[in-house]
Design a protein around this ligand. Structure first.
Ligand code: PHE
Length: 455
């Protein structure tokens, strides 16, 4: 057997994981959900969800990966619990499912870079979005996006993913900071900030039924949990890293990028008097219709739009890469076939599964709702129960490695996992399932609000 790959540097693991976490969720959901659900009050609640639920769950995935140094399915067998491989299998399958339509959205972003540069959507952003988001053109764009993802994953951990994300992640942060600085000079900046962040406990309470499950669900989605990504990425980590420290850096950077995104988009919307209803409270229309309409009004809008959508593309790519690596990693460990061949094969499978979503956004919405409300929370729950209740003490030992001890924080993490995270995920699952199956209208059209990426 060939020696298994590892990250060349510690920073390599960090940037790759940040690249995974920072994605469309941060750019087209977080700012808009925040604005709609009480601004800073929602952010405070979201941070609680991230700290109490997302962060401990992320450490649980890290522990499984670093302890075993194999793919997310076989990791469970490696830990001595062969039957629990089904949990790894579920996480890998969930990720594969999600990536199938994430690629479609990646294709739209590609189109929007071009559409900005040529001004193609400037006259009628809504119609343009309708035209590029479905049908043969969307299939072509999906294939292009997927091609880039396959190419990077085919090059491997060190030469592909690590090298690529080392350039991508800093670019995202730098360009977003520059854009936020520029947006601050726009006429509508003050109003935009107020709309985004002014705290309203009332709005938070009024919308609690949807805002709370969303905040918890987003805490998993935005940290790339439940899809075996963090298990896979940490399986390439050396022993001397402090997992809690790395997790902290990832969580903080991920949250800051979400806030930066708000500081960019709201001044653009307010400076150009864009109808806020166009944002749809988050999702594809927020960026592709509302923010796009803003660029159409701005001097230099073509350039600014192209740069903005380029950042969106980089964020989407670095997330898609992480998700493709999950399946490829499993395949590399299990089949005697070269990584590039396996990457291409996985890519073809994803392309086919993504076809319905590329053809009609109603399919994309359905795929997304099912993943977000059902597969994702079930998968997170299963991993958390495994780490918290099945391997328990061993997990704490693994977490301690490379940290200098952790003291009582070790057991505190374990009990948070066993109780707080489990209860939080079960509650989210309950809300998600009632929303998915019982609030549904009789036509069988899935409800629009549940998913993370729903247009
Ligand atoms: N964290 C990602 C986001 O916010 C979620 C994701 C990761 C989605 C990988 C797809 C692939 O968009």
């Amino acid at each position: 057997m060939v020696e298994r790959e590892t990250w060349a540097t510690r920073v390599g693991f960090l940037v790759a994981a940040i690249g995974s976490a920072v994605g469309l969720g941060n750019l087209w959901q977080f700012p808009f959900k925040t604005a709609a659900n009480g601004g800073a009050a929602f952010v405070a609640f979201y941070l609680i969800a991230v700290v109490l639920i997302g962060f401990p769950a992320m450490l649980a995935e890290f522990v499984v990966g670093r302890r075993t140094n194999v793919n997310a399915v076989d990791a469970f067998a490696e830990l001595g619990h062969r039957r629990w491989r089904v949990v790894g299998g579920l996480a890998v399958a969930t990720g594969f499912w999600i990536l199938s339509y994430y690629n479609v959205v990646g294709g739209w972003v590609l189109r929007y870079i071009l559409g900005s540069a040529t001004g193609a959507y400037f006259d009628a952003p809504g119609e343009y979005f309708g035209a590029v988001s479905a049908g043969p053109e969307a299939v072509l764009a999906q294939a292009l996006f997927l091609g880039i993802v396959v190419a990077i994953v085919a090059l491997g951990i060190e030469n592909g993913i690590e090298k690529a994300t080392k350039v991508m992640v800093p670019s995202i942060v730098v360009i977003m900071v520059v854009l936020a600085g520029w947006a601050a000079t726009l006429g509508g900046a003050g109003e935009g900030y107020a709309y985004f962040l002014s705290p309203s406990l009332d709005a938070m309470i009024d919308n609690a039924r949807t805002a709370i499950p969303f905040a918890v669900g987003q805490a998993f989605f935005t940290l790339s949990l439940g899809m075996a990504i963090m298990i896979t990425y940490s399986s390439y980590v050396g022993e001397d890293d402090s997992l809690p420290f790395d997790g902290g850096v990832i969580v903080v950077t991920n949250t800051l990028v979400g806030i930066l995104a708000g500081l960019v988009v709201f001044p653009i919307l307010f400076a150009n008097d864009i109808d806020l209803a166009l944002t749809g409270g988050g999702g594809a229309s927020a960026l592709f219709v509302a923010v796009a309409a803003g660029f159409a009004e701005l001097p230099l809008g073509r350039w600014l739009g192209a740069v903005f959508f380029a950042v969106v593309l980089i964020a989407a790519l670095s997330s898609a890469i992480s998700l493709m690596e999950v399946t490829v990693s499993w395949a590399v460990d299990n089949f005697d076939v070269s990584r590039p061949m396996l990457a291409v094969t996985v890519g073809l499978g994803l392309f086919v599964l993504g076809l319905p979503s590329a053809w009609d956004t109603a399919w994309l919405t359905w795929f997304d709702n099912l993943a977000y409300s059902l597969f994702l929370p079930v998968s997170v729950l299963a991993v958390v129960i495994f780490v918290g209740w099945v391997i328990g003490r061993d997990a704490v030992d693994e977490l301690r490695r490379g940290t200098g001890g952790l003291g009582s924080l070790g057991p505190l993490w374990l009990w948070t996992l066993r109780l707080v995270v489990v209860v939080g995920v079960v509650a989210t699952l309950y809300f998600g399932i009632t929303e998915l199956f019982f609030q549904n209208d009789p036509t069988g059209v899935p409800p629009l609000i549940a998913g993370a990426l729903s247009p």
